[in-house]
Design a protein around this ligand. Structure first.
Ligand SMILES: Cc1cc2nc3c(=O)[nH]c(=O)nc-3n(C[C@H](O)[C@H](O)[C@H](O)COP(=O)(O)OP(=O)(O)OC[C@H]3O[C@@H](n4cnc5c(N)ncnc54)[C@H](O)[C@@H]3O)c2cc1C
Length: 222
């Protein structure tokens, strides 16, 4: 069982980027003059004309840490199973997050981000973070780990609860049960990192077509 951990600095979605170095970057921007000031008390101090909020998330696309899914009741399907993702339980995963921190810092240093800085009384314009700020030095492992844990959230890309050869066979039929298939992301060993919904819909169509072909006596191997 796994999910993509997401590290967010400070919602909608505008940009998706897949970096060479690993993390996937997703971002959105709340434009200037947005009327969210009343909901963020400490921003009351800043004139509305200067308000703009950028949300940038770095996503671990292939998390090394995996968790578990256990049925609480083997009989009653209305009882939710216990799911644990164990985000960042492996040191290697924290190294993946350090990579995110590096990418986020590089993004923040670009010219394009200048317009999201606020004037400061004590120096040059700077960012005002809603939440923890990006660690200045990635070699400071403790601050990177703290940042990664504090900003950790889910991207709701759960997968791997009914793996092939464990719960289902390669035709996605539940092993040991007649006439039952599981056709969803729970059969994925890995999830692609970007939004999975269309892939899951295609998988449903693919298996549906195979079932129809089987019933019509068509050879599915072709
Ligand atoms: C808030 C949120 C936002 C998201 N945004 C996006 C997005 O913008 N784009 C995108 O691509 N993806 C998005 N996702 C992810 C996407 O919705 C999921 O990855 C996708 O729906 C997973 O599909 P699935 O078929 O694997 O599981 P599900 O959609 O969860 O379907 C599983 C089904 O199985 C049923 N079920 C469970 N247990 C049993 C049982 N014991 N017996 C019978 N039925 C059972 C459930 O009722 C459910 O209908 C989002 C997810 C969330 C939560």
């Amino acid at each position: 069982m796994a999910d993509h951990p997401l590290t967010l600095i400070d919602e909608g979605l505008r940009i998706v980027a897949i970096t060479d170095s690993g993390p996937y970057i997703e971002s959105t921007v709340i434009p200037r003059l947005a009327s969210i000031i009343p909901f963020i008390p400490f921003l009351d101090l800043i004139p509305p004309a200067n308000l703009s909020v950028a949300v940038i998330g770095g996503k671990v696309s292939r998390p090394k840490s995996t968790g578990s899914l256990n049925l609480i009741s083997p009989f009653d399907v209305t009882v939710s199973p216990r799911v644990e993702f164990n985000y960042y339980s492996q040191r290697e995963n924290l190294l993946q997050c350090r990579n995110i921190v590096d990418v986020l810092r590089n993004i923040l240093e670009t010219q394009a981000m200048e317009e999201y800085k606020f004037p400061s009384l004590i120096g040059p314009r700077r960012f005002t973070y809603i939440g923890p700020s990006v660690p200045k030095d990635s070699s400071d492992e403790e601050s990177v780990v703290t940042f990664c844990r504090k900003t950790l959230t889910s991207f709701w890309h759960n997968h791997g609860g009914c793996l092939v050869n464990k719960v289902v066979d390669r035709h996605l039929k539940v092993i040991g049960v007649d006439s039952l298939r599981v056709v969803d992301a729970s059969t994925f060993f890995n999830s692609q990192g970007t939004n999975p919904q269309t892939t899951i819909l295609m998988l449903g169509r693919y298996i549906g077509n195979k079932i129809l072909n089987e019933r019509a006596g068509v050879d599915n191997r072709s």
